[in-house]
Design a protein around this ligand. Structure first.
Ligand code: G3H
Ligand code: 13P
Ligand code: NA
Ligand code: ZN
Length: 316
């Protein structure tokens, strides 16, 4: 069945790699995730946001994840697959997911005052641990895509708070803010300019205070330039889209960062390939054709991430 994240994280922290956490909302995404992770022998976390639950129906997504485990086993693979709630925003939502069979949940109290974040997270942890479900908490706020100068608007995680937060809440992993953000427009840079580096000084200070504790990075898509170019070439409009470089992610994966969240890159791959396919095959109207092209690209993308960026390939 579905695995929780405890053992996965222990191995990843000591092995110097990160587990990929891929969001999914539909069949083709999940098929691609399973196929790529089986082929690369990578442990994986498949995650469902509140938006995904509303889009695809929570029950449907849960059975799809259980089906994904079956699919992997039928392919002869024993890779661990966790089903995780991404950005849970209330105790009730986390409770519903725990009761229905998710193996891991995030309670995102990062926007709350510190003591309220502690109290809410603690409450979710108590309930989750009774059901052998692992919990991700968050300290520090990621920049929003609407911010003018994003990096300056993030509230980075305060290293002096992490020890107290982890001790008081009992969380299994901690998401931190060191300069990543959600979406396809993470940094405002002029053409040809490099985005600013992540705040590794903060990450290493956190590591010093909670050595070996599993750290999570959200907003970690690279916003693959080839996809942005394809999208723009075939009628899209995504000028200025930019993400976190693979080099920065590799460096993070080698640290106690043991879960790296990727959603936007998958969205870009699908959009790029659907636009390209339909532009090149204007008479085609079978969704299996263009969704199939998108799915094949997703498999390539995920294998690349597992092998060349996160280092999770071969670890299951
Ligand atoms: O952190 C956000 C994830 O990329 C999920 O996005 O809420 O649009 O499903 P969503
Ligand atoms: P990206 O938007 O960078 O893919 O981040 C996804 C994420 O953090 C999901 O929780
Ligand atoms: Na790591
Ligand atoms: Zn996130």
């Amino acid at each position: 069945g579905l695995a929780n994240t405890r053992e996965m994280f222990q191995k990843a922290v000591s092995g110097g790699y990160a587990i990929p956490a891929y969001n999914f909302n539909n069949l083709e995404q999940l098929q691609a995730i399973v196929a790529a992770c089986v082929e690369t022998a990578s442990p994986v976390i498949v995650q469902v946001s509140k938006g995904a639950r509303n889009y695809a129906n929570e029950t449907m997504l849960r059975y799809m994840a259980m089906g994904a485990v079956k699919m992997a086993r039928e392919m002869g693979s024993q890779i661990p697959i966790a089903l995780h709630l991404d950005h849970g925003d209330s105790f009730e939502l986390c409770q519903a997911c725990i009761e229905s069979g998710f193996s891991s949940v995030m309670i995102d109290g990062s926007h709350l005052p510190y003591d309220d974040n502690v109290a809410l997270t603690r409450k979710v942890v108590e309930y989750a641990h009774e059901h052998d479900v692992t919990v991700e908490g968050e300290l520090g706020v990621l920049a929003g895509i609407e911010d003018e100068v994003q990096a300056e608007h993030s509230t980075y995680t305060k290293p002096e708070e992490v020890e107290d937060f982890v001790a008081k809440t009992g969380v299994d992993s901690l998401a931190i803010s060191i300069g990543t953000s959600h979406g396809a427009f993470k940094f405002k840079v002029k053409p040809g300019e490099e985005p600013p580096p992540l705040r590794f000084d903060i990450l290493y200070e956190i590591e010093k205070r909670i050595p070996g504790f599993p750290i999570v990075l959200h907003g970690s898509s690279s916003v693959v330039p080839e996809y942005v170019e394809l999208i723009n070439q075939y009628g899209g409009k995504m000028e200025g889209a930019v993400g976190v470089s693979e080099e920065q992610l590799r460096k993070a994966a080698a640290s106690s960062v043991c879960k790296i969240n990727i959603d936007s890159d998958g969205r870009l791959a699908v959009t790029a390939k659907v636009r390209e396919y339909l532009a090149q095959n204007p008479a085609e109207f079978d969704p299996r054709k263009y969704l199939g092209a998108a799915r094949s690209e997703l498999v390539r993308l995920i294998k690349h991430k597992n092998k060349e960026v996160l280092g999770s390939a071969g670890q299951a």
